[in-house]
Design a protein around this ligand. Structure first.
Ligand code: NMX
Ligand code: MLT
Length: 427
């Protein structure tokens, strides 16, 4: 892992130098004014942490080290992990080294399978996925080295070790969850010399020989990898890791946040939503009928899954990227067609709903991703968030390697009581 480690070391050194200078000269420079609206409104938009792996622009969406979605959508998850960690795409030699490292670390311990198989068959796939990762905490190199008294300056190296061990096991773990819950529970060989997405496609065992299927899974794992530091799952993973809880604890915690319907679970909810449209209006519903369906859903007090965002104020470029893929390979799919019809009518309805109180009427990544998976035969909707989580672990790992490298302290904010708020406003 020498090449990757050297690049990360250089990046950490550069970032540390920048931060040290900024901090030395401007420790009291205000970044934001914290208002009551921030404190009561989920801290929306409040700039409160540094994250160098990626950035989300409200109108242009995700950037990884300056690269926009169309500039990295054709890469592999391995290249993206390298980019998140180092700020540069890997050379061929660096790619080969990373591939070898992941290849050697891919075996999931057998006790994990026993644990997951012992759970009720009705357990949600995200629960099994998160449990599997948590239960591998036993393997943490960081934990061991910390107990042995490793110096702080080396923490990031042991986080990198944990990250590679964890990421290497994700194809087998995620596919294992799928097989235990939805198939006969028999596993394929895990020692194939394939990239993460290729291995995952093979292990999943979905009977689909379409050559574009691994490409979809590759794209899926690339597009969900990171979304800066403040989203629920990444932030949770950061908070947990800041206590020096190792990456297994931190990734498992992050996944538990991703499992909420306002966050990653929205991809599952979207497919239920489309199914309801198909059940009630048929596969060929008109735009008018779909508009009325959306309006009825809003009137009944429910959210339209896959629409809206805490930061974005335009169509999510990850949605657009999937749309291009769907147009190329899935144009006959009834699910994909309904996604497009929803896109044609929903933003205009959301703009007008309750006097325009919805900040972003445009679709996010979850509005479309599941319709493509369904087309290729992954028809168990409740598995979709596991795929999101698999990808997002790349971001959790990169963010926390960086946080340890920059020696970021334990995260601990300050809360305030109603009494104190009253005192403040009555002053
Ligand atoms: N459908 C109906 N109402 C909505 C929607 C929507 N898609 N989006 C926002 N609102 C409502 C929201 O519930 C809130 O209502 P109230 O004041 O009654 O509580 C109001 O509009 C203002 O919220 P916003 O400021 O627009 O959004 P916020 O930043 O609080 O929340 C989401 C962002 C993403 C949680 C919200 O847009 C939502 O619930 N969307 C649907 C679920 C979804 O697609 N989540 C996935 C997000 C992406 N991801 O992958 O994680
Ligand atoms: C994400 O990818 O994490 C979601 O779009 C949610 C967010 O950024 O808040």
């Amino acid at each position: 892992m020498k090449l990757l480690e050297t690049k990360i070391e250089q990046r950490i050194s550069n970032l540390c130098q920048e931060i040290t200078e900024i901090y030395a000269k401007h420790p009291q420079q205000p970044i934001d004014t914290i208002t009551i609206k921030h404190v009561l409104g989920g801290m929306r938009g409040m700039k409160a942490m540094v994250c160098n792996t990626s950035y989300v622009d409200p109108y242009e969406g995700l950037f990884i080290s300056g690269y926009s979605v169309p500039q990295f959508e054709d890469k592999t998850p391995e290249e993206i992990f390298f980019l998140l960690c180092t700020g540069t795409f890997p050379s061929l030699e660096e790619q080969q080294e990373l591939h070898q490292e992941l290849q050697q670390r891919s075996e999931v311990p057998s006790y994990i399978w026993n644990l997951l198989r012992s759970m009720p068959s009705t357990t949600h796939p995200m629960t099994l996925f998160s449990m599997g990762i948590l239960a591998m905490e036993e393997l943490s190199v960081f934990k061991q080295k910390y107990l042995e008294g490793a110096p702080k300056s080396d923490y990031w190296k042991y986080s990198l070790e944990d990250a590679l061990n964890l990421i290497a096991k994700l194809p087998a773990l995620a596919a294992g969850v799928y097989k235990i819950l939805f198939m006969n529970g028999e596993f394929a060989h895990n020692n194939l010399n394939l990239d993460l997405a290729g291995k995952f496609t093979h292990l999943l065992g979905v009977n689909n020989k379409d050559v574009s299927f691994p490409d979809l899974l590759r794209l899926y794992l690339v597009l969900h990898c990171d979304h800066e530091g403040g989203n629920v799952s990444a932030f949770t993973a950061r908070v947990v890791n800041s206590a020096l809880s190792n990456l297994y604890y931190s990734a498992s915690a992050g996944l538990n946040g991703l499992a909420g319907p306002l966050h990653g679970l929205a991809n599952q909810t979207c497919l239920h939503f489309i199914n309801s449209i198909h059940e009630q209006l048929g596969l060929d519903a008109s735009l008018n009928d779909i508009s009325s369906f959306v309006q009825r859903t809003l009137n009944s007090g429910q959210v339209i899954p896959g629409y809206g965002h805490a930061v974005l104020r335009e169509t999510d470029p990850r949605f657009t990227s999937f749309m291009k893929f769907g147009d190329a390979y899935c144009s006959d799919s009834p699910y994909f067609k309904t996604v497009k019809k929803l896109y044609a009518v929903t933003p205009q309805i959301l703009k007008k709903f309750k006097g325009g109180k919805i900040s972003n009427p445009w679709p996010n990544v979850d509005a479309i991703s599941g319709s493509l998976l369904y087309h290729y035969g992954i028809t168990h909707f409740d598995f979709y968030t596991v795929l999101f989580g698999f990808s997002r672990i790349l971001g959790f790992c990169a963010q926390n390697i960086m946080a340890r490298g920059l020696n970021q302290p334990i995260i601990r904010t300050k809360s305030i009581t109603n009494e104190q708020l009253k005192e403040l406003v009555n002053k």
